[in-house]
Design a protein around this ligand. Structure first.
Ligand code: HEM
Ligand code: HEM
Length: 182
């Protein structure tokens, strides 16, 4: 029963990153819906500045944890499916997971590039990281547009991923227990 599960560390990391990504998408949705001015009007400049600082910091944390996760997955490869999955399921599942990994890495890098191109500080909790690009307002706007679009794509892929997980959970075919904590 334990042979076809990810290691405990991999499972912990999955749920930690999932919780952080949910928070990032929720925060991003708030930024998109209210905008900077709208947020300042509602919660004041200090809380707004903190929300942006935490969005940037947690985004960079997601990048670091995902790199750690990929390293661990290379060390301890994904366990075999028991019972085995069909070809279509393996292809759709594999593509979904690949896109999740790509966006978990691409979104923080894109966010940091957009932030420095717009002339804002790239904050990581108490630290300010070096800007990755010189200030260029037009480029910053374009990069933030793609940052938002990638956020939408990530939200859709996460929904697909969750729907598949729920389907497997109801089927009780062991796929959910590969990643569940208990
Ligand atoms: C409630 C939400 C979620 C549920 C129920 C869930 C469930 C699962 C399950 C059961 C697996 C194992 C699939 C398999 O072995 O074929 C898995 C794998 C995975 N999940 Fe989630 N997940 C959720 C949220 C997320 C989120 C938000 C992310 C975003 C980063 C994510 C990223 C991944 C990745 C990258 C894998 C593949 C792991 C690997 O093979 O290296 N999951 N998830
Ligand atoms: C998992 C990683 C990340 C996710 C899922 C994410 C998601 C989002 C989303 C959905 C938005 C709203 C887009 C919009 O307003 O058009 C947003 C805005 C923003 N993101 Fe991220 N983000 C991530 C990482 C980062 C990082 C690492 C930084 C900077 C270092 C960053 C900086 C920003 C800023 C400054 C905004 C506000 C843009 C604006 O108001 O025009 N993000 N993010």
């Amino acid at each position: 029963m334990t042979a076809n599960r990810y290691t405990f560390t991999q499972r912990m990391l999955h749920w930690l990153i999932a919780a952080l990504v949910f928070g990032m998408l929720l925060g991003g949705l708030t930024f998109w819906a209210l905008g900077y001015e709208g947020l300042v009007d509602r919660v004041g400049p200090q809380v707004t500045a903190n929300l942006f600082m935490y969005h940037k910091s947690i985004g960079i944390l997601v990048l670091l944890l995902t790199v750690l996760r990929i390293w661990l997955r290379r060390r301890d490869p994904a366990p075999p499916y028991d019972p085995p999955l069909g070809l279509v399921e393996r292809l759709v599942g594999g593509t979904t997971v690949l896109v999740l990994y790509l966006l978990s890495i691409g979104m923080p890098i894109g966010g940091a590039l957009a932030t420095s191109a717009s002339g804002y500080p790239v904050q990581f909790f108490g630290f300010e990281l070096p800007g990755l690009l010189p200030e260029n307002e037009a480029l910053g706007e374009t990069l933030f547009f793609y940052h938002g679009l990638a956020g939408l794509a990530l939200a859709l892929v996460v929904l697909l991923h969750m729907a598949a997980a729920i389907k497997h959970w109801r089927l009780k075919d062991g796929v959910m227990t590969r990643m569940s904590l208990p």
